[in-house]
Design a protein around this ligand. Structure first.
Ligand code: PMP
Length: 387
């Protein structure tokens, strides 16, 4: 096809192919074990798949209502009340989305205007900054430092200006595995209450949290909840990232604006999946056992890595483990991740790419949402790595 001859003014001039596609592509080309992109390699529950098929057979194949199937929103409202003591009205305060990413994008597009400032805590999931940029807003970054990645709230406070409209938080956190504590939530509450700032809370890993820690949803704190939009993903909770289905909850006046954007982005989301998820969610055990399942994965992967030259960082949640390779090399993390893939057959994600201005602490992120066999193979590769 001959290319377009006119002027193209890129709206995202610095965006290229994401590192996730690059590393997954390289893993495929080289036959390396792929612990780079965050997706499970074990199957979706047979029962859930059967429910999707049955609902297709029943004829649930046409457009769902714009905010999502009401009965599914009712199940979500029940879950939010049981887990966090928060009452959300399924009619007006819950919307089903095409995954967490679309929910984040719709929330930012709906609520951020030209010149508005959004505080982004980095390292961060890579969709936040482009969404803010496309809305005409300005991302203002505050960095977390290894190894514990605590939010320095005093630093956040200094970044607040009259233009600050939103703060984005993510707990359990991708890529660091850090989780926000009750004290963090109190600090967040104080700062945002005093300045009328909207909180966009990315809680897609809500069920992947370890060592008896409780997920501190903003929904647990009434004063935070009233100014928060919260994003969840069925993909993470039900091992089905490829289904791209999630939801957003928040107070009716914020949700009203969210839906105005949502209806013109996707209008509505995959109907048979929504019917199936509604039936599946009637049994809370279908999502409540996930902490234990993933803690076993984390512990197994960490035990397999003992005695390797990599330093294992703490991991309290999410399905990502950071490894420090500074005893092995001084190379840039992006170069080192590529070399490990090509020479040792193991693909990871360099952590510097999660920063707006890359910060290289010689750390790589490995996804442990994998079968034990895959984790064993991955660990065997990592044990072979020498300085
Ligand atoms: N937020 C974070 C922190 C994530 O890691 C991801 C997925 N990698 C998402 C949101 C997006 O979720 P989904 O796949 O449902 O769009």
């Amino acid at each position: 096809m001959p290319e377009f001859k006119g002027l193209i003014r890129s709206k995202l001039p610095t965006a290229g192919t994401t590192i996730f596609s690059i590393m997954s592509g390289l893993a495929q080309q080289t036959g390396a074990i792929n612990l780079s992109q965050g997706f499970p390699d074990f199957p979706v529950s047979e029962e859930l798949m059967r429910l999707v098929y049955e609902n297709m057979r029943k004829g649930h194949n046409q457009y769902a209502p714009m905010p999502g199937l009401l009965s599914l929103r009712e199940r979500i409202a029940e879950k939010m009340e049981r887990r966090f003591g928060a009452k959300y009205n399924p009619e007006t305060e819950i919307t089903i989305t095409a995954g967490g990413t679309q929910a984040l994008y719709a929330a930012i597009t709906a609520l951020i205007h030209e010149e508005d400032e959004v505080i982004v805590i980095e390292p961060a999931y890579d969709s936040y900054n482009p969404a803010i940029e496309l809305a005409g807003g300005k991302a203002v970054h505050v960095n977390l430092e290894p190894p514990d990645y605590k939010v320095a709230w005093a630093k956040v406070k200094k970044l607040i200006t009259p233009k600050t409209k939103m703060i984005l938080i993510n707990s359990p956190h991708n890529p660091t595995g850090a989780v926000l504590t009750e004290e963090d939530m109190q600090q967040l509450d104080e700062l945002t209450r005093a300045n009328d700032i909207i909180v966009l809370s990315d809680e897609v890993y809500e069920h992947i949290i370890f060592d008896g820690l409780q997920h501190n949803s903003v929904a647990k704190y009434p004063s935070l909840a009233q100014r928060s939009m919260i994003v969840y993903s069925f993909g993470k909770t039900f091992h089905a990232t490829g289904w791209k289905c999630g939801y957003c909850v928040g107070p009716a006046n914020l949700m009203k604006e969210f839906r105005k954007v949502h209806q013109f982005m996707v209008f509505s989301v995959n109907t048979p999946l929504q019917f199936a998820l509604e039936e599946y969610m009637r049994e809370p055990a279908h999502y409540n056992g996930l902490e234990k399942f993933y803690q076993e994965k984390r512990d197994y992967f960490r035990s397999l890595l003992e005695g390797s030259a990599f330093k294992i960082l703490p991991c309290s949640g999410s399905y990502f483990q950071l490894l420090d390779y500074s005893a092995l090399s001084n190379e840039k993390d992006t170069d080192y991740a590529i070399r490990l893939t090509k020479e040792y057959g193991i693909a990871s994600i360099p952590v510097s790419v999660f920063y707006n201005v890359p910060r290289d602490y010689h750390l790589l992120r490995f996804c442990f949402a994998k079968s034990n066999e895959t984790l064993e193979k991955a660990a065997a590769c990592l044990h072979k790595v020498k300085a």
